[in-house]
Design a protein around this ligand. Structure first.
Ligand code: APR
Length: 310
């Protein structure tokens, strides 16, 4: 069992991450950090008081400083502002870049050997900011998007076909945004290709709903963005890493030539285990999928360039 996992940002995503980590007993200790005085302390203590009822032994505590995070095995970074209706993830760029940069420097100071899972948006660019701020190798800075986008794809397929989500395998690659690439050719239900089970127009509608999955939640909530599925996704990645499960999950990785891309984070299948990304898995793509992935990469590159102009 890992000793310590620290969650940065005790807002919606962060608090549910902490709760899931503790309830799944993924580590001995969960530390919740936020800049707002009292919030991480109060939420941490409240969660720890649920331990006798839920039956977990993972200690949860909160702090405004990084002292308690010292020596953490893993960080989940959710600090930043969330989307409101009418905002794209890219609208969060400048504010969240400043926050993620400062968080990254603190992580490198108190836990230079840690693995970092970035959740703050715009995800692919924020993962790059984190890598730069920590100076960590690419294996140890990974972005959470693909597991979430794939979960949304699987949930919508299950609704459409009226089957269990557990039998659905799928893969969503690319940047976390409108240009994401749900791979219909790799989706299956108990091994049966999805293309045999769903009419092309219905499949297209499911793909589009997946792309708009985050915005659909923002439109409902009005005051913020999704957090149950994002936290579940981040914690599944954390479990793969701290339990050395060697799971192949889609995640944002820093590419150095894979999929024809270089110098950016992009969602690709990764083998996750002890130490972070063990391998970037290359899969065959159709021409259309390749073109969509290249377009998605261009979008990430443009967002990154917009940040560099400041
Ligand atoms: N250090 C630590 N925490 C910070 C910092 C900082 N420098 N700056 C802001 N925070 C905290 C805020 O105080 C707030 O409690 O980050 C938290 C963010 O929580 P929410 O506003 O509830 O946002 P949330 O829904 O959790 O989303 C967080 O994840 O999914 C992404 O797009 C989303 O970028 C957003 C992030």
């Amino acid at each position: 069992m890992a000793k310590k996992i620290t969650v940065i940002g005790a807002g919606h995503v962060g608090e549910v991450c902490a709760q899931r980590l503790a309830e799944q007993e993924l580590c001995e200790e969960v530390v919740l950090i936020d800049i707002v005085e009292g919030i991480p302390q109060g939420k941490g203590l409240d969660q720890w008081q649920s331990a006798p009822v839920e039956g977990f032994d993972t200690r949860v505590s909160g702090s405004n400083g990084y002292g308690p995070a010292e020596g953490s095995d893993l960080f989940i970074v959710t600090a930043g502002i969330a989307r409101k209706p009418g905002m794209s993830r890219d609208d969060l760029l400048r504010t969240n870049a400043g926050i993620v940069r400062s968080v990254g420097r603190e992580i490198a100071r108190v836990a230079p050997e840690a693995v970092v899972i970035v959740v703050s948006n715009p995800l692919d660019v924020m993962a790059g900011v984190m890598k730069e701020a920590t100076g960590f190798p690419r294996e140890r800075v990974v972005g959470m998007a693909g597991v979430l986008d794939t979960a949304r794809f699987r949930a919508f397929i299950a609704m459409e076909l009226d089957v269990s989500v557990q039998d659905i395998q799928a893969l969503v690659l690319g940047g976390h945004g409108d240009t994401m690439v749900p791979l219909a050719s790799y989706a299956s239900v108990s091994g049966i290709p999805l293309t045999q089970l769903m009419e092309p127009d219905r499949l297209q509608a499911v793909v589009q709903r997946t792309r708009d999955g985050g915005a659909e939640i923002v439109a409902h909530l009005k005051t913020g963005s999704a957090y149950y599925a994002p936290s579940a996704a981040a914690v599944q990645m954390a479990a793969a890493i701290v339990r050395n499960q060697r799971r192949i999950l889609p995640a944002a990785a820093y590419l150095e030539g894979e999929y024809g891309q270089e110098g950016i984070y992009l969602g690709v299948p990764c083998k996750l285990g002890a130490g972070g990304i063990l391998e970037i898995v290359q899969v065959d793509l159709t021409e259309g999928e390749q073109a969509a992935l290249a377009k998605s990469a261009d979008h990430v590159r443009a967002t990154k360039a917009a940040l560099a102009e400041d």
